[in-house]
Write a protein that binds this ligand. Structure first.
Ligand code: UDX
Length: 448
């Protein structure tokens, strides 16, 4: 099939490359000339495993092209919209400027029968509004949210655990049952089944629903994940007072299949380009709908999450003997999570910035995110060399659980480099027993 993907950020670039890899002819479109030039020359503009290979493969096959001109989308029958929906400046709601602009630009090239498939995370009600906007074009709008995780984006796109598509539903006038997909909606769902044929063939659940449900599925999933993380971090706060160990607590409750151990990693909390902004936008949208109280707990989820950064900073200050002023602190990690160079709303970098604010000589190291971190926070010192970062440190804080720190860094070797053998494990990712046995004073999050 011929597809276009409008917006070539994390979501769109991966989607375009992944769709080309399963055999479609895809054009990726973005207004950012630099990004398009990079993608067109086979260079992934951000770190994402397998993306680089997929890009090169797609470009060489001739099935994948990139352009800054929306006219390049002429001829495609499905147009994906994967532009950003950042947090509004000065507010919590989502900024829909880019989504609206993408749909408006598509309006100039749409032909009857085309599909616009929105993938961006949007406030519930957006799809209905956009459907009105394209009314009269003869094209159909569907909402097809994306659940990809950074670091697994290619795999999550090609082998998703479910596909969700919100389509126009019938008012009964077109012969379809009222509330069921309209004739137009059913046709749109069939087209998307064809787009995702390999995943559909392996039995991936394919949920066809209305616009509002599809939009809500996405924000509900992210709200649930954020809540799960903040729940265990709240347990960490209690554990700290009573001397309990939140990691054992998480293991023990996680064995209950109804609870499950995943996303019960207590530490400095969640960050990134999605969870923080999405729960805030959800709460803001619920307020607009007069149902703020229904998701009022998301404010707590956000607050618990931010408190864990304070806690990590306080632990480092304690670990450094009550003050970090003019002391070298080795900060291991800058990315919001491992296998990513993304520093958007990164709790790791926030801890580094706060320690710097307290007068510490912070040296930040990270296997992938230094360049991005330096761009946003040039005031910090960086070293790509882990040993260099550790050398002479008065305290070490691990804030992103890269394998380089949790598996490959031997506590004995680290001990030989630092000035003081104190470590704050902001991700509860080190083996406390081994580190203590090697002479370290170990501080975890929610652990004795
Ligand atoms: C998330 C959702 O998982 C994904 O489905 C959605 O499409 C986009 O948002 P992502 O932002 O890539 O994906 O990261 P994720 O793996 O969910 O981690 C988010 C944050 O939570 C990270 O900062 C991570 O370190 C933190 N986290 C995760 C924890 O603190 N504890 C955990 O147990 C799990």
């Amino acid at each position: 099939m011929r597809l276009s993907v409008v917006g070539c950020g994390y979501l769109g670039a991966v989607h375009a490359a992944a769709m080309a890899s399963i055999g479609h002819e895809v054009v990726g479109i973005d207004v950012d000339e630099r990004k398009i030039a990079q993608l067109a020359s086979g260079v992934a503009p951000f770190f994402e495993p397998d993306l680089q290979d997929l890009l090169v493969e797609g470009l060489e096959s001739g099935r994948l092209t990139f352009s800054t001109d929306i006219a390049a989308a002429v001829g495609a029958s499905v147009h994906f919209v994967g532009v950003g929906t950042p947090q509004q400046k000065g507010g919590h709601a989502a900024d829909l400027t880019y989504v609206d602009a993408a749909v408006d630009s598509l309006l100039t090239i749409l032909k009857p029968g085309d599909l616009i498939a929105g993938k961006s995370t949007v406030p519930v009600g957006t799809a209905a509004r956009l459907a009105e906007r394209i009314d009269g074009s003869g094209a159909t709008l569907v909402w097809n949210p994306e659940f990809l995780r950074e670091g697994w984006a290619v795999k999550d796109t090609i082998e998703p655990d479910r596909l969700v598509v919100g389509v126009p539903v019938s008012d009964g006038a077109d012969g379809s049952a009222q509330g069921a997909p309209s004739v137009e909606g059913a046709r749109a769902a069939d087209i998307l089944r064809e787009v995702y044929a390999p995943a559909v063939a392996t039995g991936t659940p394919f949920i066809v629903t209305d616009y509002a449900t599809a939009e809500l599925v996405k924000v509900a999933a992210n709200a649930f994940l954020a809540t799960k993380i903040s729940f265990i971090n709240a347990m960490a706060e209690i554990s700290e007072v009573v001397g309990a160990d939140v990691t054992q607590l998480a293991d023990a409750i996680g064995y209950d299949a109804r609870i499950g151990r995943r996303f019960l990693g207590a530490g400095i909390g969640f960050g990134g380009g999605c969870l923080p902004k999405d729960i805030r936008a959800f709460a803001a949208r619920a307020e607009e709908l007069g149902k703020g109280e229904s998701v009022g707990f998301l404010r707590e989820v956000d607050a618990i999450n931010l408190r864990r950064r304070d806690r990590a900073v306080a632990l480092v200050v304690a670990a450094a003997g009550g003050s970090v002023f003019e002391k070298k602190i080795a900060v291991l990690g800058a990315a919001f999570k491992p296998h990513s160079d993304d520093i958007r709303d990164s709790p790791a970098l926030d801890v580094a910035v706060r320690l710097h604010g307290l007068g510490a000589n912070v040296v930040v190291t990270d296997p992938a995110a230094i360049e991005n971190a330096r761009r946003d926070h040039p005031q910090l010192e960086y070293s790509a060399d882990l040993d260099e970062a550790l050398r002479g440190a008065e305290a070490v804080v691990v804030v992103t659980e890269w394998d380089e720190y949790r598996r490959q860094l031997a506590p004995e070797r680290a001990a030989a480099l630092v000035n003081a053998t104190v470590v704050v494990d902001g991700r509860n990712c080190l083996d406390a027993t081994t580190w203590r046995a090697a002479g370290w004073t170990y501080y975890g999050m929610g652990r004795p």
